[in-house]
Design a protein around this ligand. Sequence first.
Ligand code: ADP
Length: 505
Amino acid sequence: MVEYVAAVDQGTTGTRCILFDSQGHSISQAYAEHQQILPRPGWVEHNPIEIWHRTQEVMSTALDSSGLSAKNIRAIGIANQRETTVVWDRSTGKPYYNAIVWQCMRTQNICSKLIADGLEDFIRERTGLVIATYFSGTKLKWLLDNVPDLREAAERGDALFGTVDSWLVWNMTGGTDGGLHVTDITNASRTMLMNLKTCAWDQDMLDLLDIPAQMLPQIVPNSSNTAFGTAVFPGSQTIIPIGSAIGDQHGALFGQTCFAPGEAKNTYGTGSFLLMNTGDKPVPSEHGLLSTVGYALEGQPVKYALEGSIAITGAAIQWLRDNLGLIQSAAESEAVASSVPDTGGVYFVPAFSGLYAPYWDMYARGTIVGMTRYTNRAHIVRATLEAICYQTREVLQAMENDSHIALKRLQVDGGAVVNNFLMQLQSDILGVSVVRPRVGETTALGAAYMAGLATGVWSGLDDLRTNWQVDREFSPEWDAARREAQFRDWRRAVGRAMRWVTPEE
Ligand code: ADP
């Protein structure tokens, strides 16, 4: 019997469900955006109920358009936007507040205090993370400190915390009627509450942020045929096992079959995330990267990764479209940017959420420099695409410095890699080849692989490796002089964006 796996990719911009066959081919998919709630400068929220509804819709639509019955689906896999923080009531299923999204900077003051208290080394040693508004821990503290009665409810055990994986699994497995309260190890590693060595909640971190342990989910591996329970497939009566949950970037690492130490991928979505597999032990970073869990299969040692996280890449293209009206669609950026041979000296540092790796400056803000009257819309659009590539070069260099491995080629994926001009620019700016696989939706594919491994669709990693195929390889065309001169100017532009705002009193 032909068997399929349904993967949900609950991303920052929208939710996708893809049905994969056993060769890893996508046979049907559905996608729905959800609302970005921006109540104040720098604050970003999502409605968790809307996310749950969109998830059910895309699952049911993908199934309908495939012509399959839910009985053909062997397992459900889940990948999700990481760090985004949800708290809800165990007996009503209602969220206490909107989800606080990873990009949200409302916890700047909490982070500044942790830094002022000299906790950077301690937190890095325990969690592998830097102190930044990015991670869930300070978001959860903010909710406990600011939402009326939440702390009491958490202490009574009525309020549950979860990242989006937990929220979806709890709802899929019955919600108020016995829903499972679990989180996978990759999502847990992004909360700033998990000890990276023991992979358990760290009591010192909980004490530091004043978080009641009762509200935390149980940490489980990414791929398991028991840990995530079962769900009625939306739009059907059929009960299907949930075989996996994994943070989106870790899903992409697995979907790209980066199973060996030194193998790396970069994903171009809302932000960009370069992850390198570092094997069985966490590698501490000295160059502004994060140490994180790569992935964990049930009963096998945890695989670790180094990560360079960039907050804003594809989101800057959306901003050109939605806030400035310079382009009608993200795809139009390709034709507009390629209509000019260069940016005419313009650099755009899209530090809308501060700067993440390798700078970690939460006081940086978006900056466009180098404009003259000659500057036109094409230069700005091209500078936006170039910014995506320069930021990637900065994290790639940090990765090489930390790992002592020189990357000869970069495997890419994510929504923006359909842009051939962007991929060519990336190769030119890095000076290494950029390789795009046939399946661009590697995040969903990784979640599908994890779920299919747990339920016997695939027997092991070698099965998966044979599915990976190149779509196109881009090779560098710029000479070294141009590459280095422009990169130097990019770094000068970054200098102008840094420490733009001052900490609030
Ligand atoms: P996420 O998983 O973070 O929600 P996706 O992987 O779905 O993101 O990618 C969506 C992002 O890709 C958007 O920010 C969008 O601006 C960008 N994008 C999509 N198509 C293109 C394109 N042709 N050129 C440049 N950027 C694009």
